[in-house]
Design a protein around this ligand. Structure first.
Ligand SMILES: NC(=O)c1ccc[n+]([C@@H]2O[C@H](COP(=O)([O-])OP(=O)(O)OC[C@H]3O[C@@H](n4cnc5c(N)ncnc54)[C@H](O)[C@@H]3O)[C@@H](O)[C@H]2O)c1
Length: 269
């Protein structure tokens, strides 16, 4: 018996990066998997990779109707849902507040908060009754930007702080039937995290940063001196998504290779 056998797991934002790695890991742990993803191009790639084994639904996590369609398809294919893993997100381009044109701030705030916060709120609302019925779990994705400065700009950091608070409240409201936790990664390899359209940065992707430069920066900052892949996060998310987790709710696990705990007096090479 594997960790997620007899679990149906939905990954939102599973088209690339973290969510894709988590979907692969959940499959390997025996789950029946569904992926919800906005990008048509990524949806086509997912269909090529997984074929009929995985339910792939194209949609926007900020759109209630799209989430309802996903719910219907889940029910007709699997008849249940045991875990919702939220992995969608967009970046704010790391632009300092005072470098940002005042007139773009409103649109930037709405764009980033819609995907990074409202998307999680709506999906929790739409899938909660299915998760209650299965005594299931929600696992959301925040970031070390929710804990410390310089993990993004002001809007991204605020959005990730909001996810931390959302987890606290949802764990309270959905208890004792649904366990709600989050993971706060630092850097993730193979991510395509994209910038905001409102600043004209939608074509800017984390994957544009040369792999070597990103890896060496992360190695110089983190205690474990490695840049994790999405799949490296798999066991932690899978545990939190599984019925094996009988002890945690309302928590955010910082999974940062020790980055926030690094020495400041002795610079490591
Ligand atoms: N990349 C990092 O270093 C890093 C670090 C800490 C936290 N995170 C967080 O991890 C999560 C995953 O990011 P990633 O790095 O894998 O990026 P990614 O862009 O590779 O994956 C995010 C996926 O979400 C999808 N998506 C975006 N908006 C959507 C919407 N409205 N509806 C449905 N799907 C949507 C994207 O198309 C993409 O496939 C994000 O929440 C991000 O903030 C990333």
């Amino acid at each position: 018996m594997t960790l997620l056998s007899e679990h149906v797991v939905l990954v939102t934002g599973g088209g690339s990066g973290l969510g894709l790695g988590l979907a692969r890991h959940c499959l390997a742990e025996g789950a029946q998997v569904a992926i919800f993803e906005i990008s048509a191009e990524k949806v086509a790639q997912l269909r090529d990779e997984f074929g009929p084994d995985v339910l792939i639904v194209q949609g926007d996590v900020t759109c209630l109707d799209d989430l309802r369609v996903c719910r219907e398809q889940l029910l007709s294919r699997f008849g249940r849902l045991d875990a919702l893993i939220g992995a969608q997100g967009i970046f704010d381009g790391n632009v300092p507040l005072m470098d940002m044109p005042e007139e773009r701030l409103d649109a930037l705030f709405d764009e980033v908060m819609r995907v990074n916060v409202k998307g999680y709120l709506l999906s929790a609302r739409v899938f909660c009754d299915l998760l209650r019925a299965s005594e299931g779990a929600i696992v959301l994705t925040t970031s070390t930007a929710a804990y410390a400065a310089d993990g993004g700009g002001a809007v991204y950091s605020a959005s990730k702080g909001a996810v931390r608070s959302l987890v606290n409240q949802l764990a309270f409201e959905f208890a004792p039937h649904v366990r709600v936790n989050a993971v706060a990664p630092a850097g993730i390899a193979n991510s395509q995290l994209s910038g905001p359209r409102s600043l004209g940065l939608q074509a800017q992707k984390q994957s544009d940063i040369p792999q070597d430069a990103f890896l060496s920066m992360f190695r110089s900052l983190s205690l474990l001196k490695d840049l994790p892949t999405p799949e490296d996060h798999g066991p932690l998310y899978a545990f939190l998504a599984s019925r094996q987790n009988r002890i945690m709710t309302g928590q955010t696990v910082v999974a940062d290779q020790g980055m926030l705990n690094r020495a400041v007096l002795h610079r490591q090479q």
